[in-house]
Design a protein around this ligand. Structure first.
Ligand SMILES: NC(=O)c1ccc[n+]([C@@H]2O[C@H](COP(=O)([O-])OP(=O)(O)OC[C@H]3O[C@@H](n4cnc5c(N)ncnc54)[C@H](O)[C@@H]3O)[C@@H](O)[C@H]2O)c1
Length: 405
């Protein structure tokens, strides 16, 4: 295959060099690297001429104040700048045809490709394919990727995504997971992957601060315990979006850590953000239920009142928190839960708060996962924040958190 790499900088150049081990590669950059073995075209027109795949790794720069060398947290939130990538795409579009595949690598926020970038490419085919690559190990990361991310318009495995997978196969030294999603999902995987790392680091460094201020703590003893807790902590657990954290311990532990952070004078309050997002996420779901209730003229029922299925306790119940916000938004709420003595019968907007499968998966607890707390009456609307309920006869099922068309 004949390949072009437009934007041969810290990411594009080493990647082009790896690709050149297998394919015929030509580069283009406004400042071509003279020491590289890559042949550089003089113009974009020359670079893309007759190429099967045209990769783009030009910068999507942030404002210079935002690189993290100086304090950033109080700066106003700002998007990346997409001028360069749009200019490059518009120029490429002048010289390409439908036999050619344009593949954008540059990092962008979710929604950007659909709104601004894909519309630039009208003459060729287009894929969004961000890389999970770190400086210092670009070439190694390129051939040993944690996963591949391929974004298509509707998230389906198109012929172009197959072409790209086949393109990577001879380059890869491992057997990476291949994630195919919509453009927006691919953008989200990339940016949430990076920020997940930031979140982990801030978290363990808070423990380091607590060690420094409290005394008698070696941070490594604490983080090693967490590293080895591979059932709930370092695992796939709690990485399914749905209801918020709940129970007699967790919300109050977060509040207690807010107190500790203040008391030890750490100078920041990580857990305020976590707790305020928990509140707001509950309100967002409550508003969705209230809107549906108004539209369908039905009452709202929460399937599961206890803080989790299989227990009678309502301490820290996220269902109750959603109930609080439903009432705050001017609507009544009912619950159904055999263990809290709440019974419901009738047509309703039903929030499926409890999901025994998600809660108890892998624990060996013997539960009938298909048993609901009441029969769903014809015409009900079932809002499933866990997205596991497929079809219920004569009812509408809404998967909260899945907005794919
Ligand atoms: N560096 C990484 O580890 C990494 C990893 C994953 C994703 N990314 C993303 O890849 C993109 C590129 O990052 P980078 O670190 O390689 O940036 P970079 O600044 O090192 O490289 C970009 C290259 O594009 C060139 N360029 C600028 N304008 C151009 C134009 N109009 N036409 C052609 N070339 C042009 C620059 O001269 C430079 O060589 C960014 O969106 C970044 O977020 C980078």
């Amino acid at each position: 295959m004949k390949i072009a790499m437009i934007g041969c900088g810290k990411l594009g150049l080493p990647c082009a060099e790896v690709m050149q081990e297998v394919y015929d590669v030509i580069g283009y950059d406004i400042e071509p690297n003279q020491e590289s073995k890559i042949f550089f075209a003089k113009t974009i027109k020359e670079a893309v001429d007759n190429r099967d795949i045209i990769f783009i790794a030009v910068p999507t720069p942030h404002d210079s104040d935002y690189d993290g060398r100086f304090p950033v947290s109080d700066l106003p939130p700002k998007n990346f700048n997409y001028t360069i990538v749009m200019d490059v795409l518009n120029e490429i579009n002048l010289y390409v045809n439908k036999n050619q595949l344009v593949v954008l690598i540059s990092t962008v926020l979710p929604g950007t490709v659909r709104k601004y970038l894909n519309p630039c490419i009208t003459n060729a085919r287009f894929i969004y394919n961000p890389y999970l690559i770190a400086m210092g190990s670009v070439k190694w990361d390129m051939v040993n990727p944690e996963c591949l991310i391929i974004g298509t318009e509707d998230g389906s495995l198109t012929n172009d995504s197959c072409l790209l997978i086949d393109f990577y196969k001879p380059l890869m030294k491992n057997n990476p997971t291949i994630n195919i999603g919509t453009w927006d999902e691919a953008e989200a995987i990339k940016i949430f992957y990076n920020t997940f790392i930031s979140m982990k680091i801030s978290f363990v460094n808070m423990i380091q601060d607590v060690a420094e201020k409290n005394g008698n703590i070696n941070v490594d003893v604490v983080t090693d315990a967490l590293k080895n807790a591979n059932i709930r902590i370092i695992s796939k657990k709690y990485l399914t979006a749905g209801m918020g954290d709940a129970g007699a311990c967790h919300p109050r532990d977060n509040i207690a850590l807010r107190y500790l952070a203040q008391n030890l004078n750490l100078g920041y309050d990580l857990f305020h953000s976590i707790m305020s997002s928990r509140d707001k996420q509950a309100e967002n779901l409550a508003v969705k239920l209230v809107d549906l209730a108004k539209e369908k003229k039905l009452p709202i029922v929460i399937h599961g009142r206890a803080y989790k299925p299989g227990v009678p306790y309502i301490d820290g119940s996220y269902s109750e928190l959603i109930g609080y916000y439903i009432k705050k938004n001017g609507y009544e709420v009912k619950y159904a839960d055999p263990l809290t003595g709440d019974i419901w019968k009738g047509k309703a907007i039903i929030l499926m708060a409890h999901n025994t499968h998600v809660t108890y998966e892998g624990t060996g607890i013997d539960i009938d996962h298909n048993k609901f707390y009441f029969n769903f009456e014809k015409g009900s609307v079932i809002v499933d924040p866990w997205r596991t309920i497929k079809n219920i006869d004569d009812c509408q099922v809404i998967h909260y958190g899945n907005t794919r068309k």
